[in-house]
Ligand binder design. Structure first.
Ligand code: KG4
Ligand code: ZN
Length: 347
């Protein structure tokens, strides 16, 4: 018997819904991105985001069901990201999921958004070699996980300040590049010299698996303006922007790769997977493939549309939870933070 699960995602600025068969086969994956709404603010404005979700959520769900050729009655479950994220945004997806669950008597499954990013590695390669290490790097999160099974992972490091994507977004703003900064920096860096600026690689304590990116953007700011912060920003040529973008991207990627190598050693990992919007980065993917210490590891790069926020990863993890009877009742709440303790989904 096949199992169809609808996944709903509204934790940040993507209104997304997808239908997944048997936890893996993606029948539809509809994403409405609000980037245009937020670009003038250079970041996601929570109230603007939640209002946009309210107008987009029903058409997005409808399109996901229609594209998949599925009716709500056929669903085995409705999975929804209910943490972590912006509360107003999460509540829109959660309310829609509860309404569907109640109206069609379909089980409701509350999914942790970041763990769903981890799960996207499994969806791309179900025969993932274990134990594995997963890096999740996006605009809101940057963390490393030790993965021991489809529903089993433990956070082993996370950022102490900015997320990697946030650092890219802020760095892009300093360079006058558009929002979101990650793709803009990647594009500008194509013709740049990554050695032009010597930026720090903040590694924290010797064996620490935590990250710190806030100093990186301050270093870029000082590099641009010198120590006299009152001075106006200098005029940058196209080549300056390309060089600074390449140097900045290189510094962030270096830190991500070093921490992955450290985590692989610590965990004795046999695989690496990456997720979150920053996992779309071409330099990061290239460096991971080249790195000698990782040569014996299976390196999993989920397809680009499974890296950024999407409903398919929510449906995929939801299907696994459903199989373990990890369902929720209609009292399911939204939380801004990820589940604090235990840091694993395993029982
Ligand atoms: O996972 P995501 O779509 O949304 C959340 O933040 O949850 O990630 C968005 C982040 C943004 O900070 C964006 O600049 C970054 O991912 N990003 C990239 C690339 N594409 C998106 N960063 C580096 N290289 C990219 N190609
Ligand atoms: Zn995300």
């Amino acid at each position: 018997m096949t199992t169809l699960v609808l996944g709903i995602e509204t934790s940040c600025d993507e209104t997304a819904a997808a239908v997944v068969r048997d936890g893996r086969e993606i029948l539809s994956n509809v994403v409405f991105s609000q980037t245009k709404l937020h670009e003038r603010w250079r970041g996601v404005v929570p109230e603007v985001a939640s209002r946009s979700h309210t107008t987009r959520i029903l058409p997005t769900i409808e399109e996901a069901l229609t594209t998949a050729g599925a009716s709500p009655q056929e669903l085995a479950g409705v999975a929804v990201s209910h943490r972590p994220g912006m509360i107003g945004c999460l509540l829109v997806g959660l309310s829609a999921a509860k309404a569907l669950s109640w109206r069609f008597r379909v089980p409701l499954v509350g999914v942790d958004h970041v763990l769903a990013h981890v799960h996207a590695g499994y969806m791309s390669v179900p025969e993932l070699a274990l134990p594995g290490v997963a890096l999740i790097a996006s605009g809101g999160h940057t963390a490393l996980y030790a993965v021991t099974g489809p529903l089993r992972c433990e956070r082993i490091g996370s950022t102490r300040d900015d997320a990697a994507g946030e650092a890219l977004d802020k760095g892009a703003a300093l360079l006058g590049l558009p929002y979101p900064g990650g793709p803009a920096i990647q594009e500008a860096a194509k013709h740049g010299d990554p050695k032009r600026l010597a930026l720090p690689r903040t590694m924290l304590a010797k064996d620490s698996l935590d990250f710190s990116f806030s100093g990186m953007k301050t270093a870029l700011l000082y590099a641009l303006r010198g120590n006299a912060l009152q001075r106006p920003m200098p005029e940058l040529t196209e080549q300056d922007v390309a060089d600074y973008a390449a140097s900045y991207q290189q510094a962030i990627v270096d830190v991500l790769v070093e921490k992955i190598v450290l985590a692989v050693r610590g965990v004795g990992a046999r695989s690496i997977s990456i997720g979150g919007g920053v996992a779309r980065n071409a330099l990061l993917r290239e460096r991971l493939k080249e790195r000698r210490e990782l040569a014996s590891c299976q390196v999993v790069f989920p397809p680009l549309d499974l890296c950024s926020d999407n409903g398919a990863m929510i449906a995929g993890l939801g299907a696994c939870m459903l199989a373990q009877c990890e369902t929720s009742d209609l009292g399911l709440e939204a939380f801004a933070t990820t589940r604090p303790h235990p840091r694993t989904l395993a029982r």
